[in-house]
Ligand binder design. Structure first.
Ligand code: ARG
Length: 493
């Protein structure tokens, strides 16, 4: 037998057609999942008496051998056998003989099979990525914890805006990543439902038990509608959307690292181990990790565009176009995992120039809003008027090349506008650290608020970490339960 569907054909498939259509490269990472899915299917067929116990023994024995071969690196997919499903089935038929091996595909189609494999693999990837992201968030929380009182300029339009703390900046990323984690959790939920038993598209006339395979494969629920699940790739679209948004966020972080480590900004320094030099300019030290991460966003967005463009015009049912769903998904998983592995290492080894951060806060009017606020509170003036007054003072100081650091000049310009503030008071109002302490509104940059946020985010992260642990255990338990039943069946107990 050279093909599993040769009966209707009088000529062999052209080599060029085979080369064009085979998917063994993308399918290789699905091998263990294809075997697990086949084990669960075979156990179910026997339990429902669709095949006999006599059939089950050799089927499971040879699937088990396939697994061992795979684990020892000996099961390599043959492109001549088109895909992972046919490779595994061929292995079984060659080993167990067609009278047994040929029964495994009863009440099953490659259409529900490929979805089963892809969902089993993807849900683990989503959990692994989520776990990396909680790790990265913890790195930011640690940084935040050390720097709740470290002032730095906060930026809008990349111009000095108001003083914030480095800890406040770091917790902003945690707040953001918590939403990425939520999106990943939603993608996990959509992904983790059982397509097996949908058959080619219509279900089957055999008395299968889909709940049983749902349990054995550790799915949270059964994807009931056969035609819908066979056509469904929105779990991939949802996963890719979550990953692309996450990548956009990592790209923004990368951008900050690139310019924070520039000579002009000088806010941070990369460890030599996470920077690279130039082949011609001896002095160069470049933030290549951040640049590459920023640069990889295009590739990530491409994966989502690729998938959605493919899906957009497809009628329901299986269409071979759908085979093209896996390479972009794999690319997205691999890209994000690479980024999430290196980021914490790079961040932990980075140093922050906290003196420069503090200097910059006093160098360029970042406390101007504080002065306006003081006038509102203490002089009972409307905010617009205070804005006008302080704007006037800033304008005049700038013209003279001065800043608020020249208290005397600042005070005298204020006096010209009818505002008298003693120098000691002015010094306090314009001090960045004190401004920070005063920003006590919920979610603001004051150390008290940042500490509260660190605590709250840390609790939410613990909750997510526990959830990931539970989900991982559920998958492992289901896997072990399947292997246990397989061994019992093989040993005839
Ligand atoms: N290699 C195929 C894929 O990835 C498996 C399903 C094939 N189904 C079919 N009806 N040709 O989509």
């Amino acid at each position: 037998m050279s093909s599993l569907w040769g009966g209707r054909f009088s000529r062999k498939m052209a080599t060029s057609m085979l080369n064009f259509s085979q998917s063994t490269e993308a399918d290789t990472r699905l091998i263990p999942y294809d075997i697990w899915g086949s084990q669960a299917h075979a156990l179910m067929l026997a339990r429902q008496q669709i095949i006999t116990e006599t059939d089950l023994g050799p089927i499971l024995t040879w699937l088990d051998k396939a697994l061992t071969d795979f684990q020892q690196g000996q099961l390599v997919l043959d492109p001549a056998k088109e895909d992972v499903h046919m490779n595994v089935e061929f292995y079984l038929i060659e080993g167990a003989g067609a009278e047994f091996g040929g029964k495994l595909h009863t009440a099953r189609s490659r259409n529900d099979q490929v979805l089963t494999d892809a969902r089993l693999y993807s849900r683990e990837q989503i959990l692994a990525i989520s776990s990396h992201l909680t790790g990265l968030s913890r790195t930011f929380l640690n940084l935040a914890d050390q720097h709740t009182t470290t002032v730095m300029p906060g930026y809008t339009h990349t111009q000095h805006a108001q003083p914030i703390s480095l800890g406040f900046w770091a917790t902003a990323y945690v707040s953001l990543f918590l939403r990425d984690l939520k999106r990943l959790a939603a993608a996990f939920e959509t992904t983790n439902s059982n397509p097996l038993g949908a058959g080619a598209l219509a279900g089957t006339t055999f008395p299968i038990d889909r709940d049983f395979t749902t349990r054995l494969l550790g799915f949270d629920h059964l994807h009931r509608h056969a035609l819908d699940v066979i056509s469904s790739r929105d779990f991939i679209a949802e996963t890719l959307s979550a990953l692309v948004i996450l990548m956009a966020n990592l790209s923004r972080l990368s951008e900050e690292i690139v310019y924070w480590t520039s000579y002009e900004f000088g806010l941070a320094k990369l460890d030599d181990a996470f920077a690279s030099g130039s082949s011609i300019m001896p002095q160069k030290k470049n933030a290549d990790v951040a640049e590459l991460m920023r640069g990889r966003f295009g590739k990530m967005l491409g994966t989502l565009v690729d998938l959605l463009t493919n899906l957009k015009g497809l009628p329901l049912g299986y269409n071979r176009d759908l085979q093209e769903d896996k390479p972009p998904l794999w690319r997205a998983f691999d890209t994000i995992e690479d980024c999430l592995q290196i980021l914490p290492q790079m961040l932990q080894s980075m140093t922050f120039n906290t003196d420069r951060m503090a200097d910059l806060c006093q160098a360029n009017f970042s406390t101007a809003t504080e002065l306006a606020n003081y006038l509102v509170k203490e002089r009972d003036l409307p905010f617009r008027q205070c804005h006008e007054i302080v704007g006037g003072v800033v304008g005049k100081l700038s013209q003279q090349g001065e800043t608020f650091a020249n208290l005397e000049q600042t005070g005298s310009f204020l006096k010209e506008m009818g505002i008298k503030i003693a120098d000691v008071d002015l010094a306090q109002i314009l001090d960045a650290r004190q401004a920070l302490n005063r920003n006590q509104s919920v979610g603001g940059t004051s150390p008290t608020e940042v500490k509260k946020m660190i605590k709250e985010f840390s609790e939410t992260l613990s909750h997510i970490e526990n959830q990931i642990k539970r989900q991982t255990e559920q998958i492992q338990q289901a896997y072990h339960r399947t292997q246990q039943l397989v061994q019992e069946a093989i040993n005839g107990s």
